[in-house]
Design a protein around this ligand. Structure first.
Ligand code: ADP
Length: 444
């Protein structure tokens, strides 16, 4: 592309060459004059180059009028670049300033950590929530500034998919939700955010206590009512109408008992937030036990249960909870499948851990219901669930237990074709069979 001035530069150079040639014609010394011209031009360009270098080195913007000949254009282009850069820099620093002001005003604590989890920057809220004071904590490793072993372990593990809930290191009455998010190139920097969830925590606690207390309080009167209903059976001979009403009352009392017992199980699961239960659990043996328990149901319904379990695959967790989760899924499959159908249970290792699956060929579930199945009392068909004795709490219990075991519940289903409920456990939760010490049996 030709820039303005390029033509006149060529004219100037041509004029000078012609003048040198003319001088050569007069003196007969062509090469001398051409050489002198070339040397003078080279010298002049080198001087211009040096001036430009000095200007650039000084870091100052180039003066408006500078350079002559072709250098005028070079100066002009550099000036344009400098002006553009200055504008971009101003825009960027305005943005950074506003961003900092916004993060500074946040009520949540924000800490930016480097590769070694050293503190690069933090906002003022870190002082009241995490007891980290800026700039005193600058460049210090965050793990050396906390005493809580749970928090230190969370920061070191590299497992940041779930937030951590803990008491504020700055004020014992505050409850925080802490989350570490890797960011930047190769995700080697970290953003730590701590949120004050004291109010939500207490509300949640009050809700849990309320459900647990109500369930507990209802259990005693219900046991009394059930007891009286039992004794009423003696009077049925004198009053035949009583048999029907007593049967219905007993059925409803049983339903309430089941709901209360499931609510209490849920409360216990919610209150016990330990995810560190790591007893070796012989899953294949546990599944055989559950199938035996289901025998009473399947004997009359004719369901066929197929078990395909890896005998050498155990889990690290809580045997009682796992029994409850697996049996809920197996009993659901039996309940939602026509008599004499097949229910398949599998327990296998996969590339990233272990998988427990229950597949049935029953009624199936429409896709829109699947995300809500683990909500309390959510049923696809309310009437059917109630008549089959379902409490609507089974899958909510399963979800809690699965969370306690760092596992994931996956549901695949097609209406009219059946469903598959799978629990995927991470590799860290699997184990080969181990010898479990037997409890000593007391001798008579
Ligand atoms: P319920 O006590 O009613 O079985 P759950 O929480 O165990 O409560 O299940 C919630 C709902 O999910 C059930 O009411 C039912 O509609 C649906 N469901 C669960 N398992 C299956 C299954 N294997 N096939 C079809 N529907 C199912």
């Amino acid at each position: 592309m030709n820039h303005p001035g390029t033509g006149s530069n060529w004219l100037q150079v041509s004029g000078l060459v012609l003048a040198a040639l003319a001088a050569g014609v007069f003196t007969g010394q062509y090469f001398l004059f051409l050489f002198l011209l070339a040397a003078a031009m080279l010298g002049w360009h080198l001087r211009q180059l040096k001036r430009l270098k000095d200007h650039l080195r000084s870091g100052k913007p180039l003066p408006n009028r500078n350079g002559s000949g072709p250098w005028q254009e070079v100066y002009g282009q550099i000036r344009n670049l400098q002006t553009g850069n200055r504008k971009r820099k101003r825009r960027l620093s305005r943005f950074v300033k506003r961003f900092r002001e916004a993060v500074t005003a946040l009520p949540d604590a924000v800490v930016i950590l480097g590769r070694e989890k050293d503190i690069e920057w933090c906002n003022p809220a870190t002082s009241s929530l995490l007891a980290l004071h800026w700039p005193e904590c600058a460049d210090k490793r965050i793990t050396t500034l906390f005493k809580d072993p749970v928090l230190i372990e969370y920061l070191q593990t590299g497992q940041y998919s779930k937030p951590l809930r803990l008491i504020s290191p700055a004020e014992k009455s505050r409850v925080l939700s802490i989350r570490l998010t890797p960011f930047g190139k190769k995700k080697r920097q970290y953003l730590l955010m701590a949120r004050d969830i004291t109010r939500i925590y207490h509300l949640d606690q009050a809700r849990r206590d309320f459900v647990a207390n109500v369930s507990h309080e209802l259990r005693t009167p219900l046991t009394v009512i059930s007891g009286f209903l039992e004794t009423l059976s003696d009077a049925e001979e004198d009053c035949p109408d009583l048999a029907l009403s007593r049967g219905l009352m007993q059925q409803q009392a049983q339903r309430m008992t089941d709901i209360i017992s499931d609510l209490l199980v849920l409360s216990r699961l919610e209150m016990d937030e330990r995810t560190d239960m790591k007893d070796p659990v012989p899953v294949p043996g546990l599944l055989v036990t559950i199938i035996k328990e289901a025998d009473a149901l399947t004997r009359s319904s004719g369901h066929v249960i197929e078990l395909d379990a890896d005998e050498k695959l155990w889990l690290l967790g809580n045997s009682h909870e796992l029994h409850s989760a697996f049996s809920n899924l197996i009993f659901n499959a039996i309940q939602h499948t026509p008599n004499r159908s097949e229910v398949r249970i599998s327990w296998k290792a996969d590339g990233s851990g272990a998988r427990f699956c229950v597949s049935d060929t029953g009624e199936g579930i429409a896709a829109r219901h699947i995300p809500r199945l683990t909500e309390r009392f959510y049923r696809v068909d309310k009437g059917r669930s109630r008549s089959s004795g379902g409490t609507g709490l089974g899958l909510a219990i399963v979800k809690h237990i699965i969370n306690h075991h760092d596992a994931e519940l996956k549901i695949e289903s097609e209406p009219g074709r059946g469903s598959t409920f799978c629990c995927h456990f991470p590799a860290a939760r699997t184990s080969p069979p181990v010898a479990i010490p037997q409890e000593p049996v007391a001798r008579e």
